[in-house]
Design a protein around this ligand. Structure first.
Ligand code: 5AD
Ligand code: SF4
Ligand code: FES
Length: 342
């Protein structure tokens, strides 16, 4: 196994069967190498992004997600431009230099409205990066938002296997559309983040290898992965949660595939396991994304059950995540944390 892990670090590629063997391996050497590679590139510095969950409305119906339009129990809200700017103001004071505007696919937010919000943030906080995470939009819309100043865009492909994609989404959603959107984002000049769920219903190790190969091909700046966690008001309410070890191993493999990749230790990982985010960083992650959303909104942005940080304030989460990183010898930096492959 160690020979295989060394070869992955050196060649950044393995055969399909070799990838599968590494993904399920229990040798702690995998996480040690991933951590060493992270430290070589980033030292003990961890980048921080402030997540602003600005709308819980979504027109999509992904089977795994609590915000799906079919979930009539979901509580819906939209933040105004002023509310979003207040989140940024508080975040800036707390040392955030990246703001991530994330929401469901909410047609209320037209290009005009979003352009106005992005411009306002970039005007007030010229030294900050703005990341958008708004689901699939057409080329023209993505281009307008980029021209308005948006720097980055996160869009998880969720799975790179056609058959598996169809098990997670209704027939009006297609993997090819999602992949096309990711290619468009790169072409337009965004720093692009993709990602996928670990342990979503129907996922096999081959699906994960498909994701790794897709990522090698796309060459994104960031990859967000987190365990699937069931939500009680979705078709997947009774399904099993994603596996902690498999999530950490996948994260470590991603670090070895691309030493410069931005890899968040996700909220889902921290929701699955109390010290999940620390474990993620020890397995190669180098980004954390604490919540900057107003407190009234947090409990309404329920992607899955038992999501952490829904009762805490932005200030409390900032302190908490800082202490958590310190406890494992890491340090959060006040920095945009742009992708650089040199
Ligand atoms: N468990 C874990 N992650 C989820 N997401 C949506 N639903 C769930 C769930 N049940 C993730 C998706 C999406 C991101 C915003 O939240 O991967 O891209
Ligand atoms: Fe909407 Fe995204 Fe949830 Fe799908 S995963 S239902 S697109 S918020
Ligand atoms: Fe939110 Fe710990 S990071 S409570």
């Amino acid at each position: 196994m160690r020979e295989l892990i060394d070869r992955l670090e050196r060649d950044r590629l393995l055969t399909r069967d070799e990838f599968k063997a590494v993904l399920v391996c229990e040798d702690k050497y995998l996480h040690e190498r991933a951590k060493a590679v992270r430290e070589r590139v980033f030292g003990n510095k961890i980048y921080m992004r402030g997540l602003i969950e600005f709308t819980s409305y979504c027109k999509r119906n992904c089977y795994y997600c609590g915000l799906r339009t079919g979930n009539t129990d979901a509580q819906r809200y939209r933040l105004t431009k002023d509310e979003i700017l207040s989140c940024c103001a508080e975040g800036y004071e707390l040392g955030f230099r990246t703001f991530v505007l994330q929401g469901g696919e909410d047609p209320y937010y037209t290009d005009e409205i979003l352009v106005d919000i992005v411009r306002a943030i970039k005007y007030d906080y010229a030294d900050c990066a703005v990341t958008l995470s708004l689901g699939e939009r057409d080329y023209k819309s993505l281009k307008r938002l980029r021209d308005a100043g948006a720097d980055r865009y996160l869009l998880r492909q969720e799975t790179s296997n056609e058959e598996h994609y169809a098990m997670l989404h209704p027939s009006d959603m297609m993997l090819s559309d999602r992949q096309k959107c990711l290619k468009n984002l790169k072409e337009i000049g965004y720093q692009v983040g993709c990602g996928f769920l670990i342990g979503s219903p129907g996922q096999t190790l081959d699906c994960i290898v498909d994701d790794l190969l897709f990522i090698k091909d796309l060459d994104p700046a960031m990859v967000g992965i987190g365990p699937f966690i069931p939500h009680s008001s979705t078709p997947f309410a009774g399904e099993k949660r994603g596996d902690l070890q498999l999530t950490l191993n996948t994260l470590a493999v991603l670090r070895l595939i691309n030493p410069h990749l931005l890899i968040p230790a996700t909220t889902a990982l921290g929701s699955l396991e109390p010290t999940g985010r620390e474990m993620g960083v020890l397995a190669g992650a180098n980004v954390v994304m604490p919540n900057l959303s107003p407190e009234y909104a947090r409990e309404k942005y329920m992607l899955y059950d038992n999501k952490i940080c829904t009762d805490e304030s932005a200030q409390l989460c900032r302190g908490c995540i800082g202490r958590r990183m310190n406890s494992i010898g890491c340090e959060i930096v006040v920095d945009r944390g742009d992708y650089s492959d040199v």
